[in-house]
Design a protein around this ligand. Sequence first.
Ligand code: ADP
Ligand code: MG
Length: 236
Amino acid sequence: GLSADSYRHRHDITVTGDNVPQPFTSFEATGFPSEILREVYQAGFSAPTPIQAQSWPIALQGSDVVAIAKTGSGKTLGYLIPGFTHIKQRCNNPKLGPTVLVLSPTRELATQIQDEAVKFGKSSKISCTCLYGGAPKGPQLRDVDRGVDIVVATPGRLNDILEMRRISLRQVSYLVLDEADRMLDMGFEPQIRKIVKEVPTSRQTLMYTATWPKEVRKIAADLLVRPVQINMGNVD
Ligand code: ADP
Ligand code: MG
């Protein structure tokens, strides 16, 4: 409608794909459970960021998503909160493996994502752990064995743990590739492809990237199915 178009125009957002829903221009419009709304208000947020306004309804309707947006636009909660809803709907046993998998290029970024997942997901009883290199595997494997809803991982470490057969990705049905361009720049493409082979194809896949070069387009074309694409700013 006109208001959706004017919202997108005002925030320099272009959305392409099938069944593009109206953006959620307020937190009330999201229909998120009250414990989540309480967390966002407690954090001092007054409205969804433009990328959240547009990616939340798309993620909630189950579509694959490609979002091209610069850093600082609020992408993390853009995929995490619909991930919480997804977890609640699935009712999986976390001991059999995570339901949500987030791949991230570095330990630092993976830790930040986990912090955000814990902060906003705790009141919804969402559990999360982080797998990254340069630290002992023992404690990380203990968390996996205890069972978590969300695993945030760097591709190298997750691939090592998969090769040890110490984690199953058969329950993953919501897969996020965060900072996809950076993961490819760092040479993680072979590990990403091996990991994704372990995730059932019936999954929902979301890809977030700051740039949109041909290597990223290629992996998006291979791993996502009819994604809705959100472009923010002057990225073609
Ligand atoms: P990106 O991944 O796009 O670089 P982040 O997800 O790291 O951005 O978010 C950047 C900052 O904005 C974080 O500190 C985050 O807590 C904050 N933030 C997220 N959503 C909102 C919101 N709706 N309103 C205000 N700040 C927000
Ligand atoms: Mg980010």
